[in-house]
Design a protein around this ligand. Sequence first.
Ligand code: ATP
Ligand code: MG
Ligand code: FE
Length: 332
Amino acid sequence: NVLLAIETSCDETAAAVIEDGKTIRSSVVASQMESHKRFGGVVPEIASRHHVEVMTIVMEQALEEAGVTPEDLDGVCVTEGPGLVGALLVGVNAAKAAAFAWDVPLIGVHHIAGHIYANHLVEPLEFPLIALVVSGGHTELVYMPEDGVYEKIGETRDDAVGEAYDKVARTIGLPYPGGPHVDKLAAEGTDSLGFPRVRLEADSYDFSFSGLKSAVINTLHNARQKGEEPEQADIAASFQAAAVDVLVEKTMRAVKEHGVSRLVVAGGVAANSGLRQALTEAAEKEDVQLTIPPLSLCTDNAAMIGAAGYVRFRIGQFSDDRLNGVPGLELR
Ligand code: ATP
Ligand code: MG
Ligand code: FE
C-alpha cells in the first residue's frame, strides 16, 4: 500500500510517500526556519502563510520523487494535531482536498504518534515498548502495549525539554533554534556548575525543567552582577548534563518497571548527542534494545506521519470530511 503523508503542525511544510508503513519512497521537508529566526521563535501567522505558499509544491515534489501518480495512492495521512491551529489547517485542508479528488481514504494522525513511529522507519517496532518523547513542545514517557496503543505514563509539568534548550540558548546569546547550538557547545565544556536534577516524587514519571532553566538564568545573573562572565561552554555542559541525567534515569526506570526490552526515542531533542550517548550506554547496560532515529527523522517530517498513519489505515480507522486541526489533541 502506498500512502501520501502531510505534516504542517509547526514551521515545516512536509510531504512524503510511504509504502507499507515502513519504506520511504520520498520525504520532502520545506523549512521556514529562516523566516522565524529574527523573531527568536515561530510566529504562527507567518507559519500559516508559508504553508499555504508551498503546500501544493511540496506535495507534487513528494509524488514526483517517489515516482508515483495520484492513481497509485491508497490513502492520504495528515497531522491533525497538536500544533498551531492555522498551520495545521493548511495541511488538513490540502489532505482533505486530495483524498476527495483522488477518492481514497483520509487518515488523521497525531503528531507525537508520528514522532514515535519515525523509529518504525529505522527498525520495525516490537511491543511492548517504552517511548521517550522529547521535542520542542513535548516531554513524555509513553508505554505502548501494542501497535497504535498509547498510554502516557509521564509528562512535563512545565517546560518541554526542547523549549528549555531554546530558552537557555537565548539566555547565553545563541541563535534560534538553540538546541543544536547548546549541544555543540556542551561538548566543549564541563558539568561544573551543579545545576539541580529535578526528580519530583520518587514514583513519578513526570518531568519539570523550569527550575533548571531558572538556575541557568540565576547563575548568569549573579555572575554578571559580580562583573564575571561564566564560560558559555560550561553553562551548556552543566545544563545538558542535568537535563540528560533526569531523562535517562526516568526512562530506564520506566523500562524496568514495565518489564519491556524495547526503547525508542522520538522528537527533535532525540538529535541531542549527550542524550543519545547516555541512553545508548544505559540501554546496553540493561540489555534493552534501543532505537533513535537519524537526525532527519527526529525533527518534523511527513514520513513519520505516514508510518503512524499506516497503523490506522490497516485497521480502517479513517477520518471523514469533518477532520479538523486540533491544537490540543490527546495522544492516540
Ligand atoms: P512538537 O513536536 O512537540 O510539536 P516541534 O515539532 O517544534 O514540537 P521538534 O521539531 O520535534 O519540535 O523539535 C524541535 C526542538 O528540538 C527544538 O526545541 C530544538 O531546539 C530541539 N533540538 C534539535 N536538535 C537538538 C539537539 N541536538 N540538542 C537539543 N535540542 C535539539
Ligand atoms: Mg520544527
Ligand atoms: Fe515535532
